[in-house]
Design a protein around this ligand. Sequence first.
Ligand SMILES: [Zn+2]
Length: 279
Amino acid sequence: MGIRALSVCLVSFLALSGAFSQNAAAQVFPEKFVKSMRGELTQGGLVILTLQPDARALYNGRTLPQYENQVVLGFGRDAPLEQSLLFTLGETARAIDFQLKQRAYVEQRIDGLPPAFVTPPPDALVKIKREAANKRKARSELTLQGGFAEAFVWPVAGRITGVYGSRRFYNGEPRRPHYGIDIAAPAGTPVKAPAAGRVTLASPDMYFEGGLIFVDHGLGVTSVFMHLETLAVTVGEKVNQGDIIGTVGSTGRSTGPHLDWRMYWADRRIDPALLAPPR
Ligand SMILES: [Zn+2]
């Protein structure tokens, strides 16, 4: 596969249903604590639980923050399949064990890359380190806002050239898994906010990501948009679903114009394709 054949990022297809569906929470979580659940209990997945009034949910010993009785829970690429939530309501407390669906991840080989693309030169390390700190800081504040609960839309239309979780090889060398979804689109194509939120990072020239935007959707759910040609928003700005935040480009470590869309819940990387409608 030639370098020009595929527009993918170099920051290091399994199609799930993608439907962010409403399930009967009672199947997994007792109705005494949980009114309803949306999303899939799967590796890379994100679920929204609407709790009964005054109910609380604890995950790994920490109370999950609430927004309008809703809590969010996300699972990383390799999250343990055996999971547990502790619910409390008044004097009652109950631990509920549940099972995640196991994902299978594909392999993606990208060859013919210039060596400097694969291994950053030593003089880039200061910039890379500083940017990593800025990114962590941008995601450090937990906000109470409701964008996470909207029905997400795709930020751009286009061919999918990279999927979440794939094992990546650059010039034959194994690298970190790919955590985004790569969507090929002509440079200059508008990128839309998939849901409402607040811009927490807007930087035109990151080493790996090039033009980079973070949008905080609340309760620790953050969208990441990479390789942008232009940015149309600034830090602190509020966006609504569908607002144009920038344009598709090939900035940073990228082999051609595309959008790499990623999502976090807290520090877990989740699969954006599971939130957007099936395509
Ligand atoms: Zn990518």
